[in-house]
Write a protein that binds this ligand. Sequence first.
Ligand SMILES: Nc1nc2c(c(=O)[nH]1)N[C@H]1C(S)=C(S)[C@@H](COP(=O)(O)O)O[C@H]1N2
Ligand SMILES: [Mo]
Length: 334
Amino acid sequence: MLIKNKGINHLTEAQVTDESIYHQRRDVIKKMGFIGAGGLLASSNAANANPFSFFSKEEKPLFETKPLDFKAAVLDEQKRTPEAKVISHNNFYEFGTKKSDPVENAQHFQVKPWQLKIHGEVNKPFTLNYDDLYKQFALEERIYRLRCVEAWSMVIPWLGFSLAKLIKQADPTSDAKYVAFETLHDKEQMPGQRSRFGGINYPYVEGLRIDEAMNPLSFLAVGLYGKTLPPQNGAPIRLVVPWKYGFKSIKSIVSIKLVKHQPPTSWNQLAPQEYGFYANVNPDVSHPRWSQASERRITSGGLFDRNRITTLPFNGYGKDVAHLYKGMNLKKYF
Ligand SMILES: Nc1nc2c(c(=O)[nH]1)N[C@H]1C(S)=C(S)[C@@H](COP(=O)(O)O)O[C@H]1N2
Ligand SMILES: [Mo]
């Protein structure tokens, strides 16, 4: 069995705050030698050592989000995470490993021109340019829970279209068994990529099995809260797979490739014993160093307010997706 539970036994549930989990997640990277004691995080105040220091905090954000036309979601009862939180508490290692780094460091991100290639095992490969992202498919709103592997979650109103629509347009061949996604690789624009900051071997890559990708819940988001995506949330287009841990929901995508074999994925490559390919939200399978049985829902309280809720299998989307994993041992394929 690949799951290790040793090491978390000395921590009670109450002690496992998101903050400690987040530090633990960075610790793996430290242990692997990517961030040493005298490394980038430790010396972030020293001149020249911080790859993010070239934007002063006083500088006004240059990035403008624009309103989008979309079909609104039918009202649902979930209490949405305030927009201000959604766009300021982010994981986007290309712009830094702290939650506040992406909003500070991504505001100069140029999304025009953009090219998203759909290719590989398809009969009709195509490329979407920036304007196509908003025009090719009718935009709809989806209010989804996003559950990070670090045991915090948000409820976010996304705008976009089903991944299935885009894949169908490319007409996959019978050899298309998986879908491989890739984030932009641009060291000029993404300071984290200049130093392997965060330990990831860039570009960030992710993948889904073809039946997961074709599930109606799998979504390509081009906006949130009625507007185009801000860069810290993955502008101009990112994946949202609501029944999986947040790291599957890859940001700022430039390539969607249909492939024969299971593709490599960034967090799995970095720490395979901790992050699986499937990464389905599962309260019964602990992360080797913390429990996944509950989560902190980020609502309108303070960032580190206690708002503990029980984590549901498949993040509460089991009715729609559990059949995809029938007969699979989800402890082995975590
Ligand atoms: N390219 C890229 N995509 C990424 C990440 C990243 O570091 N780089 N972080 C992931 C993680 S861990 C989470 S929880 C979500 C966070 O999305 P949000 O910042 O929009 O809430 O993005 C995911 N997509
Ligand atoms: Mo995450």
